[in-house]
Design a protein around this ligand. Structure first.
Ligand SMILES: [Zn+2]
Length: 197
């Protein structure tokens, strides 16, 4: 891939001018075509004649994708209050504060959905006494893969409701991290904590 710099020029097609024009690479705020958002200060090719953005270079697509991902709706679910306490205790085992809770769930959803961990026990956890309780606390999970992975995990485990699935995952976190301090997930979670902390 050819990496472009601010000020670089090349010939490209401009749709507006319906011509082959000189484009100059500049940082611009670029709105999405549907008006749903804006990518700030991203390198784009601007038509020398009409001053419109006409090229989005490959190196700028991760920045655009990042803004799109941030706009994506999170997965929302409600759980009993003690489930958040489990997440907070597990975060403390990793050496983190309460802000680590979403990463814990996402790590487990990924490991379970990709079969690096067995999901066999989730239905059993859901039948346990700890799974009960009024759903009074909200959990919000954002991310590029979480929607697909939650979907995959639901069909693997035949658990239909997202909030039930999240409960099962939290009870697995309780079993693995809070109760048994299993080293493999703990070590991997410490690595994630070092990267995001
Ligand atoms: Zn033009």
């Amino acid at each position: 891939m050819n990496i472009l710099k601010v000020g670089d020029q090349e010939k490209a097609a401009c749709e507006k001018c319906a011509a082959f024009v000189t484009v100059i690479y500049q940082l611009r705020d670029v709105p999405f075509s549907d008006g749903s958002g804006l990518v700030k200060q991203v390198l784009v090719g601007v038509c020398e004649q009409c001053d419109q953005v006409c090229v989005l270079p490959q190196q700028s697509t991760p920045a655009v994708k990042c803004v799109l991902e941030k706009q994506r709706k999170p997965i929302e679910s409600r759980v009993p209050a003690h489930m958040l306490d489990i997440l907070n205790l597990a975060s403390a085992e990793v050496g983190c504060g309460t802000e680590f809770a979403p990463y814990l769930i996402k790590y487990y959803v990924h490991a379970l959905a990709s079969r690096q961990m067995s999901a066999n026990r989730l239905p059993r956890y859901l039948a346990s006494d700890l799974a009960k309780g009024k759903a009074e606390k909200r959990i919000s999970l954002k991310g590029q893969h979480i929607v697909e992975e939650v979907g995959a995990l639901k069909s693997m485990t035949h658990i239909e409701k997202t909030s039930d699935l999240i409960r099962g995952v939290i009870l697995k976190i309780n079993d693995d991290i809070v109760q048994h301090k299993r080293q493999k997930p703990l070590n991997e979670l410490k690595g994630i904590a070092a990267a995001v902390g």
